[in-house]
Design a binder for this molecule. Structure first.
Ligand code: AMP
Ligand code: GLY
Length: 424
């Protein structure tokens, strides 16, 4: 099989690493990829918004399957465009149609979807600039803290949780006034859920599904979950509080009605569903859906999957996931992300990364890097993800930190407490 993988982060490096292990693979292309993905295939410089150029490439290189890493091409309808283009209509694109990607692309849609299918989530209402005053009144029906979400895609920055009513009212006005651009034309106000979060991943073929290993990610920049939100500073899988009993509640109360609901609404969904879950006193509630895998969660989820990933993805495309049995490693996986100094604020790129050649036997996934003059340079806020697998969580954690100790680049920063809250 010839595969085209879209994306350039740690998630895509982990997917490329796994796809490259398949004996069924002939050629793997990654667009645009990074210095890490180049070890498993050929990086190609395609603009992920330019669907005609992607289709051209697929035809020229006899691609048999396209795997989409990030949400944006899905929300923009890449699956629909392939289906409607005769020359490539037969080539599977792993991911939902634009209608299915609304689960992530529109929080207004996803909340209404959950309401229609009685899926447990926080009480909510949506507001527009025309209903600002009703929104202010709705805020007053909650206690602090308040949760406001720009409905559209806002690069992970669209959720604001003010501590006081005054700040919440001001925030609502700013969001509806264009603070997040068009993403904030509709704002969801919802109840704050108190609990501990985990991420659950489902591979759906529209009819059947597999539940992949769950994970917990660490979103804040500072230790003990302080400071600004980031794309994710580390992740752990499995999650100790995701007991068989808790996972069964997630399956029956959330996953089953989600898959059934998509089908009832005539939405074709052949791809990954990432469900952000809050464990509220032992009961799972949905925080959000994403129409893709998580990053850095993929860097711990994928290494624990024992199957040939191409078998799973082909079964997804063919609607035959019921014929697949998932093999999951009993080992614990941890990933620790190193970032550029200043991230998630302003940071510099282009710093030379030293020490990578010494870590050839470790799982170091590149999140934001590129090759230049035989050197690996930093090329993003998140730079590298150090994954380790071991019999115990503390062992996996210390192995990742030992690897990080052997790396340096100007301005390197990472959290030293990844997984520590779960290992006592
Ligand atoms: P989202 O993009 O919807 O996942 O929101 C980003 C983060 O904000 C989540 O991962 C949670 O940590 C937090 N969050 C979102 N909604 C809620 C809620 N209703 N209650 C508590 N925390 C929330
Ligand atoms: N780590 C969270 C995300 O991928 O959205």
């Amino acid at each position: 099989m010839n595969i085209l993988l879209l994306g350039s982060g740690g998630r895509e490096h982990a997917l490329a690493w796994k796809i490259a292990q398949s004996p069924r693979l002939d050629s793997l292309f990654i667009a645009p990829g990074n210095a890490g993905t180049a070890a498993h295939g050929t990086n190609v410089n395609l603009d992920l918004r330019d669907f005609p150029a992607i289709i051209d490439f697929v035809l020229k290189h006899a691609i048999n399957m396209v795997v989409v890493g990030p949400e944006e091409p899905l929300v923009r309808g890449i699956v629909d465009v392939f289906a409607a283009t005769e020359a490539v209509a037969h080539i599977p694109v792993i991911g939902p149609t634009a209608a299915g990607a609304q689960l992530e692309g529109s929080k207004d849609f996803s909340k209404a979807f959950m309401e229609r299918h009685a899926i447990p989530t926080a009480r909510y209402k949506s507001f527009t600039p025309a209903t600002l005053e009703e929104g202010q009144a709705y805020l007053r029906t909650f206690q602090a803290p308040y949760v406001l979400k720009a409905s559209g895609l806002a690069a992970g920055k669209g959720v604001v949780i003010p501590e006081t009513l005054e700040k919440a009212e001001q925030e609502l006005e700013e969001m509806l006034g264009g603070k997040f651009g068009a993403a904030g034309n509709v704002v969801v106000i919802e109840e704050f859920m108190k609990g501990i979060e985990c991420s659950v991943f489902v591979l759906s073929d529209s009819e059947h599904y597999l539940i992949l290993p769950e994970a917990k990610d660490y979103k804040r920049i500072g230790e003990h979950d302080t400071g600004l939100n980031t794309g994710g500073m580390g992740a752990v899988s499995p999650v100790p509080f995701c007991t068989p009993d808790f996972m069964e509640k997630i399956r029956t109360r959330i996953i089953d009605p989600t898959i059934r609901g998509l089908r009832q609404e005539g939405i074709r969904y052949k791809g990954f569903i990432f469900i952000g879950i809050m464990n509220v006193d032992g009961n799972p509630m949905v925080v959000e859906y994403n129409c893709r895998m998580g990053d850095p969660e993929t860097e711990v989820v994928i290494p624990r999957i024992e199957n040939d990933l191409l078998d799973l993805l082909e079964a997804t495309a063919l609607g035959r996931l019921d014929e697949q049995t998932l093999g999951i490693s009993p080992l614990t996986a941890v990933t620790v992300v190193t970032v550029s100094g200043g991230y998630p604020g302003a940071y510099q790129k282009g710093k030379v990364i030293h020490g990578l050649e010494e870590l050839k036997n470790e799982l170091v996934f590149h999140a934001g890097t590129h090759f230049q003059d035989e050197k690996v340079l930093s090329n993003g806020g998140r730079v590298l993800a150090f994954t380790s697998m071991a019999d115990s969580l503390p062992e996996a954690i210390s192995r990742s930190y030992r690897s990080i100790d052997r790396i340096c680049y100007d301005g390197i920063y990472f959290r030293r407490d990844i997984g520590k809250d779960l290992s006592s």
